[in-house]
Write a protein that binds this ligand. Structure first.
Ligand code: C2O
Ligand code: CU
Ligand code: CU
Length: 487
């Protein structure tokens, strides 16, 4: 049942030979992400302190529910030292305030739009009723607001919220509309994992800055072809962590939990430590793994998260430990730097057993569906298609039944990080192979070039309309999205 690269190519209508001619292939003509060169003077790496996003406070709380308010508004912030950068932020901040919520406790977030354009807010990784999920055409007009109800009937996990407006998600997230939403539960709270100041959410994303400090983004209004030139994805030349360029952080000789989120539009990272060290992965998109995993590098495509523990007691006071992107060389290979500053007491531990992750049984799947992710022509131009069709909010492409287990077979031309709303899934195979690690809950999976990935999921909780889409935001905006309706 698993599919090899050769079979994947055949499914796409490409011969197996297509990729084997050196230096030229059918896939070679498909646009890939492109670096937008900024021009602003860039800071020395590791000079700006790492900021932590503000904690959101509920403005009201009752027996069942916590109520939050976020106001989307323009602001000017200092990202590059000495320059003012106009952003759009939740509460005027980039990243937006961090919401810390509890599993099973209802959280209502009122989002008010004080920007000049419509917005949509989605909780990525949320098991959310359809009317609160941020369907891409559920617009909040300037001056209006919308209440999102999150029942949070789900396990502890590192989630994030971000803009999801149809055709405009790329530019609106680029301008700053994204923040963390951390769900905790009793199981996780009972573990001796690093906590408090040693539990760090890290939103990694790339941006480019013009000499005046603005963050340019290729749009339809630019020179003809400017937007098309970047249809493969926009890459920035500065790596930001929590909105700061190549920041530094002083740490204790102790364990830290790093909640790594790739919030970039189109950049993929393979994160590793330099001069070396172990990343102990404890969690994934959908929360804790069954057991920790020791890794030298963690790969994150846009939208993906990994919770890792790093033990700085393996280093001496005064040592520098860099977090680097091993897929790059030069400035974009840098991410941030930790400096071990002091000895400190550390009561934390990484237990051998973290949680239970029941594998879903493929024999129980009632349906197998196929989705291909390719470039192709649409509306007279080129775009990104699922099963040869561009997104159309009036069309429903799949109707899974509530409670049903399904296998979805996802096949790519070039690389696509594919994200499924509502329903966390497990990866059965990628390129014909079982995944290397233990079973994990995911909501976003990277399809590598010309690859078929089989995922298994069970549609639970809510009936209604949701989307499956590519989380390369430029692909998403150029129609790589499909509606499914749980019936
Ligand atoms: Cu993170 Cu549908 O998005
Ligand atoms: Cu999502
Ligand atoms: Cu894509």
């Amino acid at each position: 049942m698993t599919m090899t690269r050769r079979q994947a190519l055949r499914l796409l209508g490409l011969g197996a030979a297509a990729l084997t001619v050196p230096g030229c292939s059918l896939l070679g003509r498909t646009p890939s992400p492109r670096l937008l060169v900024g021009g602003a003077p860039l800071p020395e790496p590791y000079t700006v302190p790492l900021p932590l996003p503000a904690a959101a406070r509920p403005h009201r709380t009752d027996a069942t529910t916590d109520y939050y308010e976020l106001v989307q508004r323009p602001a000017e912030v200092e990202i590059l030292p000495g320059l003012r950068t106009p952003i759009w932020g939740y509460d005027g901040q980039f990243p937006g305030p961090t919401i810390r919520a509890r599993s099973g406790r209802r959280t209502v977030v009122r989002v008010t739009n004080r920007l000049g354009v419509p917005t949509v807010t989605h909780l990525h990784g949320g098991h959310t009723p359809p009317e609160s999920d941020g369907y891409p055409t559920d617009l909040v007009q300037p001056g209006a607001h919308r209440d999102h109800t999150f029942p949070l009937e789900q396990r502890a996990a590192t989630l994030w919220y971000h803009d999801h407006r149809m055709d405009h998600t790329g530019p609106q997230v680029w301008r700053g509309l994204a923040g963390f939403f951390l769900v905790g539960d009793e199981e996780e709270a009972a573990l001796p994992l690093p906590a408090g100041e040693r539990d760090l959410p890290l939103m990694i994303c790339d941006r480019s800055f013009a000499t005046d400090g603005t963050m340019p983004y290729p749009t339809r209004g630019d020179a003809p072809g400017a937007r098309e030139a970047f249809m493969g994805g926009v890459l920035g030349d500065v790596i930001l962590v929590n909105g700061a360029p190549w920041p530094r952080l002083g740490v204790d000789r102790a364990r830290y939990r790093l909640r790594l989120l790739n919030g970039s539009n189109a950049r993929t990272y393979e994160l590793g430590l330099s001069p070396g060290g172990t990343l102990t992965q404890i969690g994934s998109d959908g929360g804790l793994l069954a057991a920790p995993r020791s890794l030298r590098r963690v790969r994150l495509a846009p939208g993906e998260r990994a919770d890792v523990v790093v033990d700085f007691a393996a280093h001496r006071v005064g040592d520098h430990v860099e977090l680097r992107n091993l897929l790059e060389e030069g400035p974009q290979a840098r991410v941030m730097r930790f400096t071990v500053e002091r000895d400190a007491r550390d009561d934390s531990a990484v237990p051998k057993t973290l949680s239970r992750v029941e594998p879903l049984d493929p024999a129980k799947a009632a349906v197998t569906r196929d989705f291909t992710f390719t470039s192709g022509s649409m509306h007279g131009g080129t775009g990104w298609l699922i099963n040869d069709k561009p997104f159309d909010a009036r069309r429903v492409d799949a109707r899974p039944k509530l409670g049903q287990t399904e296998i979805w077979r996802l096949t790519s031309d070039v690389s696509h990080p594919v994200h499924l709303h509502l329903s966390p899934f497990q990866v059965l195979s990628a390129g014909g192979e079982r995944p290397a690690g233990p079973t994990e809950w995911k909501d976003t999976v990277e399809l590598r070039e010309a690859q078929t990935v089989e995922i298994i999921t069970r549609f639970t909780g809510y009936r209604g309309r949701y989307v499956l889409h590519c989380h390369n935001l430029e692909h998403e905006d150029m129609a790589m999205m499909s509606t499914f309706e749980v019936i």
